[in-house]
Design a protein around this ligand. Structure first.
Ligand code: GEK
Length: 248
């Protein structure tokens, strides 16, 4: 996994071109997301424990929008002592439509023999999800067009076995503009504390606008409940970055 430093927005770029998950971003992605999303590392740290709570041998574990595979490897850590049932491997499947991300993800080998790790280059709107004990969408739904989100969540629900879980992390918005303004200000201060300049912060904000579309927690909760999830609860929040556990 790369630990190159993110300097993509360090120099003035004129008019912002929209943010893309290309080779440049993939090469600094670990550093970029860790210094931009305050709950990213704590979520990965808890993932092995959460995955163990949904451990089922011979079932599938998906990471939709897996980027470099950090979430998939954290799930593998939680499943490292899973039993093999009649030779049936527990499968971990990472899906992403960025070739640059997957090229790097594939270089990172899984150390556990009882697990089968596989990466698929595909649009998650077209991916097949079946016999899933757990589906992770760690900051990916926010990049999917709003009108596509309901069908995707319903498809994930259909692909999960009863008792299976969706772990959904998202940047959220708030219906109250003052709350939005305060948290945005604190988030920009967090990024400055992580070493980003004001130019980097404002150029990244312009590039990501219209690419990352946040929704409110209420909207996410309503959609998940409508899809059929019985338990829907936030389990982690730091500023506007939230992670929700939804159980079928
Ligand atoms: C992590 N989960 O490190 N189909 C497939 N992949 C997509 C699509 C799509 N339609 N849209 C976006 N992506 C990761 C971090 S990053 C979050 C996830 C961020 C992919 C995109 O290529 C990128 O790799 C990922 O979703 C979003 O835990 O950058 O804020």
């Amino acid at each position: 996994m790369s630990d190159s430093k993110d300097r993509i927005y360090a120099n003035s770029r004129g008019a912002a071109s929209p943010f893309r998950f290309d080779e440049r971003v993939a090469s600094v992605f670990s550093d970029m997301i860790s210094r931009s999303v305050p709950s990213y590392r704590p979520i990965l740290e808890m993932l092995p424990t959460i995955t163990r709570a949904f451990k089922k041998s011979g079932h599938n574990y998906y990471d939709l929008g897996c980027s470099l595979g950090a979430g998939l490897h954290a799930m593998a850590e939680g499943l490292k002592d899973v039993d093999m049932t009649a030779g049936q491997l527990t499968k971990l499947i990472g899906i992403d439509n960025s070739q640059a991300m997957l090229k790097r993800a594939r270089d990172h080998r899984c150390p556990y023999q009882n697990l089968n790790l596989e990466y698929i280059e595909q649009d998650i709107l077209e991916s097949e999800i079946h016999l899933a004990a757990m589906v992770l969408m760690n900051f990916t739904l926010q990049f999917i067009a709003i009108e596509e989100r309901k069908a995707l969540i319903e498809r994930i629900y259909q692909g999960l076995v009863p008792g299976g879980a969706l772990l959904l992390s998202e940047k959220i918005s708030f219906s109250d503009p003052q709350t939005n303004a305060f948290l945005t200000d604190i988030h920009h201060r967090f990024k400055a504390d992580q070493g980003y300049s004001q130019l980097e912060i404002s150029q990244k904000r312009d590039a990501i606008e219209n690419v990352l579309i946040p929704e409110t927690l209420e909207k996410h909760t309503e959609r998940l409940k409508q899809a059929g999830f019985t338990v829907v609860t936030p389990w982690m929040q730091n500023l506007q970055f939230i992670s929700i556990l939804a159980v079928k």
